[in-house]
Design a protein around this ligand. Sequence first.
Ligand SMILES: [Fe+2]
Ligand SMILES: [Fe+2]
Length: 195
Amino acid sequence: MLTEEEMHRKLRSSQKERRYFHTMGVVKEAVRLAPKFGVEIEKAKIAALLHDCAKNFEQERFFEIAAEYGVTLDEYAQREPALVHAFLGAAVAYRDYGVTDKEILDAIYYHTTARANMTNLEKLVYIADMIEPGRTMPQAEELRRMVEENLDDALIYAIDCSIKHVIKKGRLIHPDSIHARNYLVERRDELRDDK
Ligand SMILES: [Fe+2]
Ligand SMILES: [Fe+2]
């Protein structure tokens, strides 16, 4: 695996300045929240650092590059280029940055769609991506407040925002996002019933 410094250097040379700043914001939030949710700081840092490592590729070449990296894209990713950078990102993190930790690779892979039964590391990267200081929409503010209270409630809200955004744009909703939301809502309701 590359050292942290090498990763920074590689990212800085391949990402546009704006994206690099976004990445640094996600790292900051992920590292800050990691101890609160029992996540290893080192894992949170690397997953956040590399979550958008494939976003700098030109979208027109996404499919070609995915094939080069041996990434199989499902029918949704084939129609929605916005999803590809996450799936491809895990492969790039593995091959170009030398990351072999499955938990970190999964956190990168699922940072856009989410999925049912996520690890806390996956949840953390998903949310940090939406609350980093560069995110100025009102939903980000609400999410910052919510994450201090309850990770899963915050995640439901984050996934709702993301699904609404996809609907507004008239795009396809990846089934993993629906599964993620249903899983969390069911669990939340079960916990309430137990009280
Ligand atoms: Fe992303
Ligand atoms: Fe991001």
